[in-house]
Design a protein around this ligand. Sequence first.
Ligand SMILES: Cc1cc2nc3c(=O)[nH]c(=O)nc-3n(C[C@H](O)[C@H](O)[C@H](O)COP(=O)(O)OP(=O)(O)OC[C@H]3O[C@@H](n4cnc5c(N)ncnc54)[C@H](O)[C@@H]3O)c2cc1C
Length: 469
Amino acid sequence: MVLVERDRSTGGKLVTGELLGRRLDLGPDSFLTRGGVAEALCRELGLAGELAPPATAGAAVLARNKVRPLPGGLVLGIPTDLRALLRSGVVGPASVLRVAADLVLPATAQASDDPTIAEVVGTRLGRAVLETLVDPLLGGINAGDARTLSFAATAPSLASAVAGRRSLVAALRALRPAGHERGRSGTRTGSFGAPGTGQAARPGEDPVPGGPAAPPFLGLRSGIGSLAQRLADDCVRRGVEIRTATPADALVPGSGEPGRCWQLACGGETVGADGVVLAVPAPAAGALVADLDPDLAAACRAITYADVVTVALAWPDATVPLGILATAGSGILVPRPSGRLVTAVSYTSGKWPEAARPGETVLRVSAGRDGDDRPAALDDVALVRAVRAELTSMLGITADPLATVVRRWPASLPQYRSGHLGRVRHIEQRVAALGAVAVAGAAYAGIGVPACIASGQRAAASVEAQLGT
Ligand SMILES: Cc1cc2nc3c(=O)[nH]c(=O)nc-3n(C[C@H](O)[C@H](O)[C@H](O)COP(=O)(O)OP(=O)(O)OC[C@H]3O[C@@H](n4cnc5c(N)ncnc54)[C@H](O)[C@@H]3O)c2cc1C
């Protein structure tokens, strides 16, 4: 078996770097435990002792010019406890009344077969809650826009929970985590990147009724990159040949002889195979099959991606507002209407105390989202300057950071736009027609690490089944 990887190392988004001598995850920093897929793989690879839940709970949002803790009773941003919503001050009293209207308003006819999050939630609960809570928490899962993301593809469990129900709030009350009324620790929130981390769910991994009590998320003390490394080592031990720095260019039919049913052209070399899993982003999969099946290639390319950037910064504790950060839990979400580059601020040293040296605070800022390419267009110096200016206005931090790490993630988060489920069905049908070929990864049925692992496992099983192995 041969694994062909474009980059110098395997693992894709699972990257652990360093800040001031401490390990720091630069992409994902935790994964959802529901379903157990990622946790099971970590254990299988001998990483059980490295598993750790985040040390913080809850999150905050920049709302009405202030960092405010999220109210209890949110289900991916959708409020189910109106008293908690009112007390939180994240939206004004009139907006709380607008949410309450959902309990009595007649059923809303949906605008399309695959309505967006905004069409489902905005029409029932009003614009303020949509923009301040639902877009950052549910749309923010993949740095997306609630106005374009398919509700059913982004939050399948929520979509099935509310299907056929008149009131969203009433339907979702059944999904509230047990004990939510005890306060923020019971609040399930989710967002790409920041507070997200440790609190986030991912498309296809939204909360379901009666989800596990604890811990909903786990990270790895050795860094999430250690999962990729252990997996690569394990593959090599099992006889897999890994060729890094080897971008695949095209998949073409081979001679049909054993081991040569398919030919993967990789620069000057060609890899022959009986079956192939295309575990690459959808546009890359599209490029690989461009000559083989132009219709499949077009369907893959129709899945668009958002560019994001993470900027980690460290300061001496004395120069940061530790009080505000303590109330912010895992971090702060920054809603789109604020016009800021920053989409979320993760309180990394609160979540993962080992990520900072004693007496220092580390924040990891996420910037850029679908439709906002400004951060990607700035060079590192200008980006750090812009991020710092926003942190000054949000948190009052004016001191120079001790160190910064910028990590760019171009075209990294697939957008499950309205029509996504149909597109994926079409892709899967075309791929199945090719024979022992399968696609895997975040583009299709869930962007979180567990969903990607499960997708890879399904793809491998399908190719094996085709080959009768
Ligand atoms: C900043 C950030 C934070 C995130 N935080 C979280 C989190 O906290 N929790 C969570 O669960 N998820 C998180 N996610 C999402 C999750 O990390 C990703 O969706 C997931 O890791 C993607 O896995 P993948 O295998 O689909 O794609 P990738 O990880 O992108 O892997 C694709 C691989 O294909 C290779 N490749 C591409 N083209 C070719 C080619 N032509 N030939 C050969 N190889 C090629 C790439 O080099 C790469 O190694 C985050 C994502 C980002 C960007």
